[in-house]
Ligand binder design. Structure first.
Ligand SMILES: Cc1ncc(COP(=O)(O)O)c(C=O)c1O
Length: 212
């Protein structure tokens, strides 16, 4: 919608809904989540690969649901998004001497995972969507760049068309940090976390943090 007059100049308020509290994931916990947790405890099936034989693994069930939802071939559940990001660093062989590009506005884990791999985080500007600015990304890629971590902050998808094109052109791996947009979509054809149109290396990390 194009406003004739900005709110600051007496036009209609741009935002009329109240601010949501800063712990949105917790607020989404309801009966379904409680039931799953209680079922897991009741089954005494606490490990990933083994437990009482009469039950299926909840982790395996979750991974299967993920592949079905995202249309991906594989899903690997880990204990946190930080662990998923560190796993992605191992997968792309980021290490001493390599650089990984992250947006200036993200959660610190995106950078911490790069540091854990002993690679160097390189900060990319964000644009007015507060996600990675593709123009600056292109400038920051050099011969040491191993990967790019695109972060869909606060449910706002990055410009994945341009970012994937740049990564493909430059031959660098692309990782999506989907911690804040699990279940989100892009334009609205694709799910954040899995872009089928491209065959750039993709490693989606997800944590159901921000649901609205
Ligand atoms: C964008 C982003 N990446 C990574 C993480 C790390 O997730 P976790 O706390 O599960 O390690 C978070 C956590 O809020 C996040 O917001």
């Amino acid at each position: 919608m194009i406003m004739e007059k900005l709110a600051i100049n007496g036009g209609p308020k741009a935002k009329i809904t109240p601010n949501i509290p800063m712990y949105p994931g917790g607020l989404e916990i309801g009966e379904a989540e409680k039931k799953e947790v209680m079922e897991t405890l009741d089954r005494k099936y606490l490990f990933r690969y083994y437990g009482p034989k009469e039950y299926p693994s909840k982790v395996a069930e979750l991974e299967k649901r993920f592949t079905e939802t995202f249309g991906s071939k594989y899903a690997l559940a880990v204990n946190s998004c930080t662990s998923a990001l560190i796993s992605s660093m191992v997968a792309v062989e980021a290490g001493p001497g390599s650089e990984v590009i992250v947006p200036g506005y993200t959660f610190f884990a995106s950078c911490a995972a790069i540091i854990a791999a002993k690679a160097v985080p390189v900060i990319c500007e964000v644009d007015d969507t507060l996600t990675m600015d593709p123009a600056d990304l292109e400038k920051k890629i050099n011969k040491n760049t191993k990967a790019v971590i695109a972060v869909h902050m606060r449910g706002v998808p990055c410009d994945m068309d341009r970012i994937t094109d740049i990564c493909r052109k430059k031959g660098v791996s692309l990782i999506e940090d989907v911690a804040q947009s699990c279940g989100g979509s892009y334009q609205p054809r694709e799910k954040t976390g899995y872009f089928r149109r491209y065959r750039v290396f993709q490693f989606s990390v997800s944590q159901n943090y921000y649901r609205r």
